[in-house]
Design a protein around this ligand. Structure first.
Ligand code: CDP
Length: 812
């Protein structure tokens, strides 16, 4: 008897029966509310954050911070600290200076002290560092350092900073003769002046956007690990932009770039707080190089809240030229922002979207002019874009508060006033008053959807009726668009590095894949949503795609995640890389199907012969053939990378409508309902998008109702802990009703626009407008945020505006 061996199947053999088409939602493609894969480890406590990392021989670093806001350093005595057993190194500014590292450049071309040498310029500034066997010894040793300070007069607000006799804070800078950090203007001044000449009415508003802090759940930290034998420096770091840090270390410290590896592990939130380079990172790197041991620095909550990048702290005022029929003719805006002692975040005046000039992009206004000033004060570095693209949050807040004031001054309904002035659907592309080109949107539809959902007309009736019974109801609207997705590379750069982003996709032979991008998720769900883009482009189930970000040795070069740029730029790069993979797979499919490439058609997950759809190969079969049965002359493997340089920013739109009831006896206000209609173009994962919106609206609520960091006359920071700087809990957080409108972005490969920060940017004005609407019978025009009950109550009993940062209590 003879036996015949089973023939070995050739990998990638074409099938001859046509399978059912793939269901994109079932494979977790675009539009699927796929559960967040990263939550699997986060909710089990298995996240791998910086403080979870323990390296052999690791030492611990603590930072000594200044108790004074402005003082000359006469001397620093570290001898007692050195005497403590377990102390390995005590670093001072002088020792840093000897290595040319006492100062570092900031993202905005300013300089920042790493460890103070001459003076301290804010309370909490880094003065010395101790590296020891454990963090407790390091802390004790910090307390043993004796610093002799000579106190100097303190400047805590722009008014003091700009006074003629103000002490010069940045006397370290040549040619710095006052406390002005920058002055800048943009817009058509002459045209705007003409618009005001023609106005029937001019409406004015003055606002303060209080200093706030991104306060991520995880504070900042780093572990520097220099290996003398390989000359390699590995730094684990809480960074939203690890490649930028690597480039900065290479260019500034003149270390070879290929010998620097920055790893950004799981991040417990960022919100802009983890964009700047902080002194702690730099000192831990130097300490590791000197000691040839890994050095860990973990910031505590007070350190984070009192010394890392703050947001906002801007004084805003301006006026609007109006025609009696409700048309806006022009706008003037002035902003004075308090940047603290060092201008540490990205330079807003350098960027086209930098300051407030994204304002009024959603409105059809011919002329606008902005004058912006930034000042130095004795406060921690400010200007960080907290869940925001540069100053867009302040811009939208000013815009929506101004719009409400103008409607009131005209005696016009605020919804109707917006309807008259919003850009119409067929007006795109639309040139904004500051010169940007917006490309798509259905603004009126968003607004109407929100008004219908909240029952606007009914509420107005209820409001009237409630007023007759002494109850104060109010309704606030905020309609906004914002620029998300920096670059393009022609106009945007950070420290000269052009802004674009990247993705690299490798499909393994079994059809599973790994995707890496130059972005860095901090909780936004990239591990989930990027895999969905691959599923959409290739038909690979999203579960078969693992996503990695944050390691400069493995991820392609990218500019990181902030300003909701990931989907507009890195997300687009993911689609482009997947399309390149598909193009190569098509060649393999043609070979396997024995037809010309032109005769091959794509359907989700499968190529088939155009004239014989039942003859086809799946993307997985192509993947196998790419390694085991590729055509002659075709490079083996199935992978691609893409660098994506967006042609324009994306411009999502939102209409937020909020109703409130204010208690006239106490000033306490409650949100009755909050309706949000967001148009972020095509949604990759609707559930993730909704999570982004709810989170953003909650941060907006916090800013509107409870959050502020202020300073007493001596520059003491009031708000450096969560007893003073409040985060809303589930108890206070309002419920949100979410709706969507979808206007695909015409230039994004998936039609998507960014969403991450829209609600934080547009939300605050909706809450404040609602409370101001409720207070209208009292003639109150403005209460500055936060709308604490005592401030609202003061407005009610006095009938006056309540302005500026809340006064500091000194009675406790
Ligand atoms: O840059 P960042 O990740 O903070 O903001 P984003 O690009 O707006 O994206 C935030 C999250 O929402 C990501 O997981 C995106 O993939 C997701 N998203 C989406 O599913 N659909 C959109 N149109 C925009 C964002």
């Amino acid at each position: 008897m003879t036996t015949t061996a089973e023939p070995t199947p050739t990998p990638g053999t074409p099938g001859t029966t046509r399978p059912d088409p793939l269901d994109e939602i079932k494979i977790g493609g675009m539009g699927a509310s796929r559960r967040r894969v990263e939550d699997n480890r986060f909710i089990r406590g298995k996240g791998h954050y910086i403080d979870d990392i323990v390296l052999p021989g690791m030492l611990h670093m603590e930072i000594l911070r200044s108790p004074l806001a402005h003082a000359r350093i006469r001397s620093i005595d570290t001898s007692k600290a050195w005497d403590i057993p377990g102390v390995r190194l005590v670093l001072t500014g002088e020792m840093m200076a000897a290595r040319n590292l006492a100062w570092m450049p900031t993202l905005s071309y300013d300089t920042q002290a790493v460890l103070a040498t001459d003076k301290v310029r804010f309370q909490g500034q880094e003065v010395a560092a101790v590296i020891a066997d454990d963090p407790y010894i390091a802390k004790d040793a910090c307390e043993a350092i004796v610093v002799d300070y000579e106190p100097l007069p303190v400047v805590v607000n722009p008014e003091q900073a700009q006074a003629p006799d103000a002490p010069l804070i940045r006397d370290d800078k040549t040619n710095q003769h006052d406390n002005t950090c920058f002055t800048w203007e943009v817009g058509d001044k002459t045209g705007t002046d003409r618009a005001f000449d023609q106005a029937d009415l001019v409406s004015r508003i003055t606002l303060h956007y209080p200093r706030s802090h991104p306060s991520p759940l995880e504070c900042c930290g780093s572990i520097a690990d220099f290996d003398r034998s390989t000359q390699k420096l590995t730094v684990y770091m809480t960074s939203q932009a690890p490649h930028i840090v690597r480039a900065a270390v290479a260019l500034i410290a003149e270390l070879p770039e290929h010998m620097i590896r920055i790893i950004s592990p799981d991040l417990g939130g960022g919100f802009g707080n983890k964009v700047p380079v902080y002194p702690g990172y730099v000192v831990s790197i130097l300490a590791s190089i000197l000691l040839e041991r890994p050095v860990k620095w973990i910031e505590d909550r007070t350190g984070n809240l009192s010394s890392t990048g703050f947001g906002r702290d801007v004084y805003l005022d301006g006026e609007m030229a109006l025609r009696r029929d409700g048309r806006i003719l022009g706008v003037r805006m002035r902003s004075t922002s308090d940047h603290g002692a060092f201008f540490a975040d990205a330079q807003p005046s350098k960027f086209k979207i930098g300051l407030m000039h994204s304002a009024f992009a959603a409105y059809d206004i011919p002329y606008a002019h902005l004058q912006a000033t930034g000042v130095y004060t004795n406060k921690a570095p400010g200007g960080v874009a907290y869940r925001c693209s540069f100053r867009v949050t302040e811009a939208m807040f000013f815009q929506e508060r101004m719009v409400q004031a103008a409607a009131d001054d005209l005696g016009m309904d605020q919804a109707e006033f917006r309807r008259i002035n919003l850009v119409k659907d067929d007006d795109f592309p639309h040139r904004t008053p500051y010169g940007f080109l917006t490309d798509s949107g259905q603004y009126e539809k968003c607004l109407q959807t929100a008004l219908d959902a909240i029952g606007y007309d009914d509420f107005r009736r209820q409001q009237q009726e409630a007023r007759t019974r002494g109850r104060l109801l109010g309704i606030g609207i905020s309609t906004m668009t914002e620029p998300l997705g920096a670059g393009n590379s022609r106009e945007y750069d950070i420290l000269g590095i052009k802004m674009f982003d990247s993705a690299e996709l490798r499909v393994h032979m079994t059809g599973k894949a790994i995707l890496r991008t130059g972005a860095r998720t901090q909780g936004q769900g990239h591990e989930t949503t990027w895999a969905q883009i691959v599923a959409h482009e290739l038909g690979l189930p999203a579960d078969d795609v693992v996503v990695e970000e944050g390691d400069t040795d493995t991820a392609p070069f990218g500019m990181g995640t902030y300003a909701s740029r990931s989907t507009p730029v890195a997300g687009a790069a993911v689609a482009m890389a997947a399309r390149k993979v598909r193009a190569k797979a098509r060649k393999i499919a043609a070979y396997l199907l024995e037809v010309a490439e032109e005769d091959v058609e794509w359907e989700l997950g499968r190529f088939h012969v155009r004239s014989a759809p039942e003859r086809g190969v799946t993307i997985q079969e192509c993947a196998m053939a790419a390694y085991a049965n590729m055509p002659d002359g075709l490079e083996p493997g199935l992978e691609a990378n893409a660098y994506y340089d967006p042609p324009n920013l994306t411009w999502p739109f939102a209409a937020y409508v909020c109703t409130v009831e204010v208690d006239p006896l106490t000033g306490v206000w409650d949100v009755l309902r909050f309706v949000a209609v967001d148009d972020c173009g095509v949604r990759i994962n609707p559930m993730v998008v909704e999570g982004q919106i709810m989170g953003g609206l909650t941060e907006a609520y916090a800013m509107a109702s409870m959050q502020f960091i202020t300073f007493d006359a001596d520059g003491n920071c009031i708000g450096s802990n969560f007893m003073d700087y409040l985060l809303p809990t589930a108890w206070e957080t309002p419920g949100y009703e979410l709706h969507e409108v979808v206007t695909p972005c015409p230039h994004h490969p998936l039609g998507a626009k960014g969403i991450g920060e829209c609600a934080t940017v547009g939300g605050p004005a909706a809450y404040v407008n609602a409370v101001m609407d409720a207070l209208k019978p009292y003639g109150v025009r403005n209460v500055d945020m936060p709308l604490l009950p005592d401030r609202v109550h003061e407005a009610i009993i006095t009938g006056h505006d309540v302005s500026g940062a809340p006064p500091v209590r000194t009675d406790r």
